[in-house]
Design a protein around this ligand. Structure first.
Ligand SMILES: [Zn+2]
Ligand SMILES: [Zn+2]
Length: 477
């Protein structure tokens, strides 16, 4: 495969201690690279260097979704205490106007969607807005990631797309240099310095159009099923007096963080156990064997393993394949654990008479569902960036159905308690980050000393080669 060949040609970067293995071509100038190495070590300790890399360090620690949630929380605090920003009221007004326009179309009239029974807080806000916004989030992130993924897995495909774009009708109106820049933006930013993808495998889905078509078909089906499940969640919420409080008023500042943490914990619990059981190898005993009669535990294991097989056809992850799974898995593993939290807290708040403060708010529900969707896609990108590290779930896919399978949860709560947390991704991320910092410092050192970097100094240490098989044969039993 072209991309593999390309990676194989790249020599290993210098080892972690920072010493250079002098090659024949380097021997004449063997002292000069060491000058840059020594200076780079000092640069990494400099205050300005650390300050410059602080934002990416914070983003990486909190994650892009966490950062968005924290920013939204900041906006909520500001709006509640200092002055309304009006973004929520504007959204409701915009959404209501759009719904009115939509229900007046002949398409909506023919479907009976202009019925007064749907006003004002029913299917539009509960099903259409949620389904459209989550699907759009999924698609946007997956397509943005696909650009980067193609760069890693199928660079020649990008060349073909560039050529097609230049010769297309629209392409004639855009200058060649702009198109080249757009298609090569990652190359110019990353190619010289990094090899970001975590697993060194070719990706069959970017290589074989039938595999990709299968992913797209499966995605379409699970998206349609998701609409029905969202409908069921919405109907359940409406039974609890969900909209008894004024939805236009934003929740108290302290409520969304508590609710989202609680929902995260509930989600982790109801995702972890079926997922863990699905990964218990056939014939071995998992924790479900301790609480269930043997035949029932075995049947449950087989049922969940079969439901989860499709998702693990990818050993090397691809963002668009995040929800590449069976319908059973989509409902049991993805939707149910995510939607249970908002429903449960709403029921409890309602029954205990605290719905006004602790009831599930529409905006918190929207943000939670969007955050869960984004997290799921970002966990499957299969490459590290300075702001997103999907190593944890990547390690899960790498060792999927083997005896050394790890990382079954989302929040990591149960993985920590039951000792199923992997460490490879933590070590990988640390090593990758150290290398990035070292390279950034080396570039500064080179600019200061005027000594050019060696080829080895320009490259990140590559991830170990495992195999190139994209299909996971361990699930074919
Ligand atoms: Zn799994
Ligand atoms: Zn996955």
């Amino acid at each position: 495969m072209a991309s593999t060949t390309r990676n194989r040609k790249i020599p290993q970067a210098s080892n972690e201690s920072g010493t250079i293995s002098a090659s024949a071509s380097d021997s004449d100038v063997s002292i000069e690279p060491l000058v840059n190495e020594r200076l780079a070590k000092q640069i990494q300790k400099e205050f300005w260097f650390r300050l410059r890399h602080l934002p990416s360090k914070i983003t990486r620690t909190v994650g892009p979704v966490g950062l968005c949630l924290l920013s939204l929380w900041g906006l909520l605090i500001y709006t509640n205490h200092y002055g309304p920003l009006g973004y929520w009221a504007a959204f409701i007004s915009w959404s209501t106007d759009y719904r009115k326009q939509f229900t007046e179309t002949s398409f909506a009239r023919n479907l009976g969607l202009n019925s007064p029974a749907l006003n004002p807080y029913s299917l539009w806000r509960g099903v259409v807005v949620i389904s459209v916004s989550t699907s759009a989030t999924y698609l946007c992130i997956a397509l943005l990631a696909l650009r980067h993924e193609l760069f890693h897995w199928k660079p020649e495909m990008l060349e073909k797309y560039l050529h097609d774009a230049k010769s297309s009708f629209l392409g004639r109106f855009v200058s060649d240099s702009w198109l080249s820049y757009l298609f090569n933006v990652y190359e110019s930013n990353y190619a010289k310095r990094t090899r970001d993808r975590i697993q060194n495998r070719d990706h069959r889905a970017t290589d074989d159009h039938r595999e990709l078509a299968q992913v797209v078909r499966s995605l379409t089906l699970v998206q349609l099923v998701s609409v029905l499940v969202v409908f069921a969640m919405w109907m359940t919420l409406l039974q609890t007096g969900f909209e008894s409080h004024d939805v236009m008023n934003l929740p108290n500042s302290f409520v969304p963080p508590v609710q989202i943490l609680t929902w995260h914990l509930i989600g982790d619990t109801f995702y972890f156990f079926p997922h863990y059981i699905a990964h218990t190898p056939r014939g071995s005993k998992g924790i479900h064997h301790r609480v269930l009669p043997s035949f029932l535990a075995d049947s449950l294991g087989s049922f969940l393993r079969n439901a989860h097989k499709t998702h693990h056809r990818s050993k090397a992850n691809l963002a668009i394949a995040a929800w590449y799974c069976s319908v059973t898995e989509q409902v049991l593993f993805n939707l149910f654990p995510t939607m249970l939290g908002p429903v449960v807290t709403q029921i409890i708040a309602d029954k205990t008479g605290h719905a006004k403060i602790w009831g599930t708010h529409l905006i918190t529900l929207y943000i939670w569902l969007l955050a869960a969707t984004a997290t799921s896609v970002l966990a499957h990108t299969g490459f590290r960036t300075s702001w997103n590290d999907p190593g944890k779930h990547d390690e899960h896919h790498e060792f999927a159905f083997g005896t050394n399978a790890v990382n079954f949860g989302t929040a990591g709560f149960w993985d920590t308690i039951l000792g199923t947390k992997g460490v490879k991704y933590i070590e990988g991320a640390k090593k990758w980050q150290e290398q990035r910092m070292r390279q950034a410092a080396l570039h500064i050192a080179s600019a200061r000393t005027g000594i050019p970097l060696t080829r080895a100094q320009q490259l990140v240490v590559e991830q170990p080669m495992v195999d190139y098989e994209w299909i996971d044969r361990r699930v074919e039993d």
